[in-house]
Design a protein around this ligand. Structure first.
Ligand SMILES: [Zn+2]
Length: 272
């Protein structure tokens, strides 16, 4: 019952569409083939008749000429008979051509109509089966003669975008070097740090939240940084290159009350 209702509301199912168009296209293709055959036969019959006309016509003309000569014994009459005979053959040949040409034109018109119908049916089928959207999707996500290299295409695109991002970073770095001459050390350092953040972001795939997860390590004794970064909530040991102080951090789940040293440092250094 539900299926019947669904069929009524949801329109014709896909299989029916395919069946219908298979039937239509078969019929149209059959018509085209038949008309093609008729066209060929028409030309062949015309050739055959022309050939017959030439052989039998000239034979008849010669026969009539001979009869005229034997009856009247006069060359002008014989010549006239020949001339009239040849003209009759030419006239008949022209008539034959006209008739067959007329038939040919009719068949060609029918053939054109059938071909237009064929094209129209194909277009309808494509629309009914969403061919164009499917096709464009397939083209977008596949390549190669068997269209099976979809993964590599996607990978290539990803690599290309990564490459572009890195190229941009390289440009930025060059710009940074050019600009840093007129700035204070702190400003230049800040910009460099920001640039490094971007590099790490690109290398980590972009989905990694640098701002929250990557923190600079600051020595808890001398409060100096060495440009070293750690990922928050991971295990690490840091030896300060300035004073030799060693500090370790064990991985802690997020949300615990005891803050890791790096977290404290981050709060302290968030202004820089
Ligand atoms: Zn230190």
């Amino acid at each position: 019952m539900l299926r019947v209702l669904g069929g009524l509301l949801g329109g014709k199912p896909k299989e029916h569409v395919i069946d219908k168009y298979t039937r239509d296209l078969t019929a149209v293709t059959f018509t085209i083939h038949e008309l093609d055959k008729r066209l060929k036969r028409n030309d062949e019959v015309l050739m055959r008749w022309q050939h017959r006309l030439k052989i039998y016509g000239t034979t008849l003309v010669v026969l009539f000429g001979a009869m005229a000569y034997s009856n009247y014994r006069s060359l002008p009459v014989t010549g006239l008979t020949f001339l009239l005979g040849l003209l009759a053959i030419l006239g008949l040949s022209r008539l034959l051509c006209k008739v067959f040409e007329y038939q040919r034109r009719n068949i060609v018109i029918k053939l054109d109509k059938a071909r237009a119908q064929h094209q129209g049916t194909l277009e309808d089928l494509k629309k009914a089966t969403n061919f164009y959207s499917t096709h464009s999707l397939i083209q977008r996500f596949s390549s190669g003669p068997l269209q099976s290299q979809d993964a590599s295409t996607l990978m290539d695109e990803e690599l290309q975008s990564k490459y572009d991002e890195l190229q941009n970073l390289q440009k930025e770095l060059a710009q940074l070097r050019g600009d840093s001459s007129g700035k204070s050390t702190n400003e230049a350092r800040e910009e460099t740090d920001r640039w490094f953040d971007k590099v790490l972001d690109v290398l980590s795939g972009g989905g990694f939240a640098i701002e929250n997860n990557l923190v600079p390590v600051t020595c808890r004794k001398c409060a100096k940084t060495s440009g070293c970064y750690v990922v928050r909530n991971t295990e690490w040991t840091y030896v300060c290159p300035h004073c030799g102080e060693q500090q370790t951090n064990s991985a802690e789940p997020e949300g615990t009350t005891s803050r890791s040293p790096s977290g404290d440092m981050k709060d302290k250094n968030s202004t820089t």
